[in-house]
Write a new protein. Structure first.
Length: 479
């Protein structure tokens, strides 16, 4: 199978990243090559000045200036953005001056050969050798493929022009140019092939290294997400244990009291009924918690939520959901709700878990009073749980957008137990009823800012002062 004969190109942002990293890798080479060449050319210049071959010092001077200039520019912070075009431009100018100056110096220097033809051949060979050495030297600058082609083609073209119009003017200029071009083009082909392979390898290494870094970054993100999920899971376990404590206490205390009364033979019907209500209430709470955990597991598995729709009183649903959140009322909260009752078409147990979640969140994550409000809207019931927010601030649009997502919790709530799945399960249950759930709030969390809503429908607002956040939903009314 033939190898890929093209240089891979990256997206613009990645290409800029590659060019920057390539210059960082090549910069030490540029300094080394330009420094060594400058020292060599300076020595060559000194040799020419003091050993009766002055033309050597003359035509090497432009190349020496180029090397010194390039060496100095590599220490300029801005040079990395223009190094390719600047190097090609400076090298072309220096090469043109050098080759024309060399040809003029060679012609002006008296030949030691008495045979004019032999002298011409030696002159052409010397010029060809110097041109090839110049091209190979420029190849050591490690320019990418395209700039290399431009630079080497420019040097070759200048060399051919010098041979045709300076060294061999007249009728034989074309033949002299062709003879000169043959070895120069071979050098050009070799240098271009080396630059092509070098850039292919550089781009391949860059892409492999970048993919490796991206993979490491992805693994790091996954590890961080896993740690966050483990933290959430730990908090969820703590929340579940805390929520199970109250109903289990009711069941256990009620059972122990019944046992004691039976042993003392002092039981009466009224006391027994009260104890039975306590035990039943605890058992119901355990059942609702079990159902809530089942719905949250359905959310994680992506399963549909089954519902059995029956006519049920909204006031009953709210009262049951509120009763099971009574242990949270001791944190300085007051809770109120509407007196007007409506009959909704709902799965009672699952709608109770919805209210338990929304009321529980309002009591856990806010200060002051909480209100459950509802009203009729067309053939739907609009219901909202309103709270005053924390420390005088409600939810902002950015915070609201994160809540109906798996494990979507706010940083300010990190120290409070919760699974990060409650609101998502609320959304799935409400949608299974044919309704919608959304958040209403204030743009910067205060009453001085504008109102926002995450709903896609055109519902009347449920948010009113002094409340700053409302979790609202729709549910179908019974016919």
């Amino acid at each position: 199978m033939l190898p890929e004969l093209s240089i891979p190109r990256f997206a613009p942002e990645v290409e800029r990243e590659f060019q920057t990293s390539y210059y960082v890798r090549v910069r030490p080479t540029l300094r080394l090559v330009s420094g060594v060449l400058a020292i060599t050319l300076a020595a060559y210049l000194w040799f020419g000045l003091y050993h009766t071959v002055p033309f050597i010092s003359v035509f090497n001077t432009p190349y020496l200036v180029f090397c010194l200039l390039l060496y100095g520019l590599t220490y300029m912070p801005w040079f990395g953005k223009v190094w390719q075009s600047a190097t090609v431009g400076l090298a072309c100018v220096a090469s043109a001056v050098m080759l024309f100056w060399m040809a003029s110096s060679l012609i002006a220097t008296p030949s030691q050969q008495t045979d004019a033809e032999a002298a011409g051949i030696i002159l052409h060979l010397f010029f060809l050798l110097q041109t090839c050495v110049l091209m190979v030297g420029l190849a050591a600058l490690r320019l990418p493929f395209r700039p290399t082609i431009v630079l080497q083609s420019g040097v070759a073209a200048v060399g051919i022009c010098v041979v045709m119009f300076v060294l061999s003017p007249g009728a034989n200029s074309l033949d002299a140019g062709v003879r000169f071009a043959e070895p120069v083009l071979l050098i050009l082909l070799g240098v271009a092939l080396a630059a092509f392979i070098q850039e292919q390898l550089s781009r391949g290494a860059f892409e492999a290294n970048r993919n490796s870094l991206l993979l490491q970054a992805q693994e790091h993100r996954m590890r961080v997400e896993s740690e966050k999920m483990l933290h959430v899971l730990n908090g969820a376990i703590g929340g579940i244990v805390h929520d199970l404590g109250n109903p289990l206490t009711n069941v256990q205390v009620g059972s122990e009291l019944v046992d004691n009364l039976l042993r003392d033979n002092t039981i009466d019907k009224e006391t027994l009924l009260k104890l039975n209500d306590t035990v039943r209430s605890g058992a119901q709470m355990l059942n609702f918690l079990r159902l809530s955990l089942i719905e949250q597991s359905r959310v994680l598995e992506g399963k549909a939520v089954p519902v059995e729709l029956k006519p049920v009183s909204v006031q009953t649903v709210v009262e049951v959901g509120t009763r099971f959140q009574k242990p949270r009322f001791s944190h300085g909260h007051t809770l109120s709700f509407e007196e007007q009752d409506f009959t909704i078409n709902a799965d009672e147990m699952k709608m109770v878990t919805v209210l338990m979640n929304l009321i529980g969140n309002a009591l856990k994550y806010s200060d002051g009073q909480v209100r459950i409000a509802w009203k009729r809207y067309e053939d739907m019931l609009l219901l909202a749980v309103l709270d005053e927010g924390q420390a005088g601030y409600g939810l902002t649009p950015e915070q609201a957008a994160r809540l109906f997502t798996p494990f979507g919790r706010l940083e300010t709530h990190a120290g409070i137990e919760g699974t990060g799945l409650g609101l998502l399960s609320v959304q799935k249950i409400v949608e299974a009823h044919g309704g919608e759930v959304w958040i209403e709030g204030l743009q910067n969390g205060t009453h001085e800012s504008g109102h926002f809503s995450t709903t896609g429908g055109n519902y009347p607002t449920m948010l009113c002062a002094p409340f700053r956040t409302a979790f609202a939903l729709t549910c179908p009314l019974a016919e």
